[in-house]
Design a protein around this ligand. Structure first.
Ligand code: KG4
Ligand code: ZN
Length: 353
């Protein structure tokens, strides 16, 4: 098959990796756009697309040099084709298509969520079927992963994704962008019981999430925080309370999904966590407890492979090539691309696939 070049440009990270066909990482590079987007407190799609276009070629050249390979040595190119910001996706897809046609290489279009979903197979040898908890800036989903390309969505968010809620809480609190790591840092040592915040969806039927009410509750508490020297401690307590409330909700929804997963996939033994929020250590501790109680093996990729990266895209390409599924999808940038197209629409407005 030969080594696979992976390209990721769906959001605000330009990321490239080269993997040997057995999954060994030969090179990886990533360029974050945090500095460009920070003044706006969130991602600006036009700025993201331009930054990808300016950087991608150089990152590819650097990764190929690091791997000590020429394009002619590759077996294939894997590229994120969706879901995400359409301008950035188009940059990746056009670049992959150009290199592919010049060097006569197959180009495998990858669903970004599939990249997150399959990473734990590379890093931790996760075995199908497993229950996936995917928590990123754009998605909060519980998915039964039956095999490559075979995903059954058990739950999704009715409004904001969890990473988005972290980012908004950080922005409201003046903690900067990206918000997740800043909120986690601020929460360290804080008292999670000081502020009584809602636990959205806890105890309700089904496995869906909702985080916008929690974010609104934080917004209402913020003006009541003391000014002056006591503020730092109060903000630490508020961030800790926010994390606790959010992770209570995650634990409740995940426990529900475990029950459903067990009924339909009794052979499943693993709970896999993926997406940027999986880098959060307090969440990992919480899920360790949950997995132990549920007698499931918890698998969480290392933090740098939880946030967006090129390795996960190259790996998903390898998985598709091995399964003979490299041509299942058209090579075309798609802003919306649900992993499980047959999932029932979740109730409520602003539904994300
Ligand atoms: O998967 P990812 O890199 O990009 C998307 O596909 O969305 O996830 C980025 C999200 C951001 O919302 C970021 O704030 C959040 O993951 N995140 C975290 C942490 N690190 C990143 N959230 C909570 N705690 C963290 N340590
Ligand atoms: Zn992602």
């Amino acid at each position: 098959m030969g080594p696979v070049l992976g390209l990721e440009t769906s959001c605000d990270d330009t990321a490239v990796a080269v993997l040997a066909e057995d999954g060994r990482i030969l090179a990886q590079t990533r360029s974050s756009q945090d500095d460009e987007h920070a003044p706006f407190g969130g991602i600006v799609p036009e700025i993201a697309a331009r930054a990808h276009a300016l950087r991608l070629d150089r990152l590819i050249a650097r990764a190929m040099a690091e791997a000590g390979l020429h394009f002619r040595d590759l077996g294939a190119i894997a590229v994120t084709a969706g879901p995400g910001l359409i301008g950035g996706l188009a940059v990746g897809v056009v670049t992959a298509a150009a290199i592919g046609s010049v060097h006569r290489l197959p180009v495998v279009p990858i669903n970004h969520l599939e990249g997150h979903a399959l990473t734990a197979r590379l890093t931790d040898g996760a075995a199908f079927p497993y229950l996936l908890l995917l928590l990123s800036g754009g998605h909060s989903q519980l998915i039964a992963v039956e095999g490559v390309g075979r995903y059954r969505r058990l739950g999704t968010t009715l409004d904001d994704a969890l990473g988005e809620a972290f980012d908004k809480v950080a922005k409201l609190s003046g903690l900067g962008f990206p918000g997740g790591p800043a909120v986690e840092r601020t929460a360290t040592g804080g008292d999670p019981s000081r502020y009584a915040l809602p636990r959205p969806m806890v105890g309700q039927p089904g496995c869906h999430f909702s985080f916008s009410g929690l974010k609104t509750a934080v917004r209402q508490v913020l003006p009541t925080l003391p000014e002056g020297p006591e503020r730092a401690a109060a903000l630490a307590d508020l961030c800790a309370s926010f994390q606790q409330a959010a992770f209570d909700a995650v634990a409740d929804r995940t426990a529900k999904a475990v029950r459903r997963f067990r009924e339909r996939w009794p052979d499943g033994r693993e709970l896999v966590v993926a997406g940027g929020v999986a880098a959060n250590r307090a969440l990992r501790r919480r899920l360790d407890d949950l997995a132990a109680r549920q007698r499931l093996c918890l698998k969480v990729p290392p933090p740098e492979l939880c946030t967006d990266n090129g390795v996960m895209i190259a790996w998903a390409g390898i998985e598709r090539l091995r399964a003979g599924l490299e041509s299942e999808h058209p090579l075309q940038a798609r802003a919306r691309w649900p992993l499980d197209p047959e999932a029932e629409p979740a109730p409520g407005a602003g539904v994300k696939a």
